[in-house]
Design a protein around this ligand. Structure first.
Ligand code: HPA
Length: 271
């Protein structure tokens, strides 16, 4: 069923573009401006793509962009759907699976996240070294789709070290403040309680967010080389005096968007 849908979706996209992307990128909340750096070949709104769902959250556009940066062919998902919107995990990862079937080798995931390390400052970046899936679900649940990948995928290096090192190098060279660490994926849509934040710190988390983990699982399943970066838009609940709002998250992401785009532009040309 999923396989049939993927086939239909890929065939549709192929009627609009023949581009063979090397890398797929998912742009998270408030980080969509990267597409302005892209020599765009084709833009397709999600609502025109068979089997794609459109995001319902503010700060998330819904467009697939195929194009190039410095001659590197890219497929970009500008905006994603989340588990908390009511979608199944299979639906959440459908777009990333589509990118892989368009021929990508590398998937880069980006997101906004809450900082769990008290030394962080909103606006910092964090390279994902690993994740903890606390969503209570897994996109690979149910019959395995053998053509996509194995029943029990290895997740020892879910985020490829060499890609993370390249990200580090570029951020350091550009004097951008960044961290490395474990991302805790939660279902949301509530932000965490201070007690939950203390729990996440105790289990070794450095950032917390409501996306990325399902996509990283599905991309690993398909043998993609995966890397991910968080924009720390806020300190997690209880670590700062103020209450959390979605506006604060998207505003902070917007504030660092130019720095993020500079980084990404360099990264895609160096991997
Ligand atoms: N918690 C969960 N998800 C988030 C946060 C947060 O503090 N900030 C941005 N996404």
């Amino acid at each position: 069923m999923v396989q049939q849908k993927l086939k239909e979706t890929v065939e549709f996209i192929r009627t609009r573009s023949q581009l063979k992307p090397r890398m797929g990128i998912v742009l998270g909340s408030g980080l969509g401006a990267f597409v302005e750096r892209v020599e765009v070949e084709t833009t397709i709104p999600y609502d025109e793509i068979p089997n794609f769902n459109s995001p319902t959250v503010e700060g998330h556009q819904g467009r697939l962009i195929l194009g190039k940066v410095g001659g590197i062919e890219l497929a970009i998902l500008q905006g994603r759907i989340h588990y908390y919107e009511g979608h199944s995990m299979a639906d959440v990862v459908f777009p990333v699976r589509t990118l892989a079937l368009l021929g990508t080798e590398i998937i880069m995931l980006t997101n906004s996240a809450g900082g769990l390390d008290p030394n962080m400052k909103p606006g910092d970046f964090m390279i994902l070294e690993d994740h903890i899936n606390l969503m209570g679900d897994n996109p690979l649940k149910g019959p395995n789709i053998k053509n996509l990948g194995p029943r029990f995928p290895d997740m020892t290096e879910a985020y490829e070290k060499s890609l993370s090192e390249k990200m580090s190098q570029i951020l350091s060279q550009n004097n951008v403040r960044y961290w490395k660490g474990t991302y805790c994926g939660v279902s949301g849509p509530t932000y965490e309680t201070p007690a939950e934040v203390r729990f996440l710190q105790t289990i070794g988390g450095k950032a917390v967010g409501m996306s990325t983990v399902p996509e990283a699982i599905a991309a690993n399943h398909m043998g993609q080389r995966v890397c991910a970066m968080s924009c720390i838009t806020n300190m997690a609940a209880g670590l700062s005096a103020s209450k959390l709002t979605h506006d604060e998250v998207t505003e902070k992401a917007k504030e660092v968007e130019a720095r993020f785009c500079d980084f990404l532009e360099e990264f895609v040309q160096q991997v």
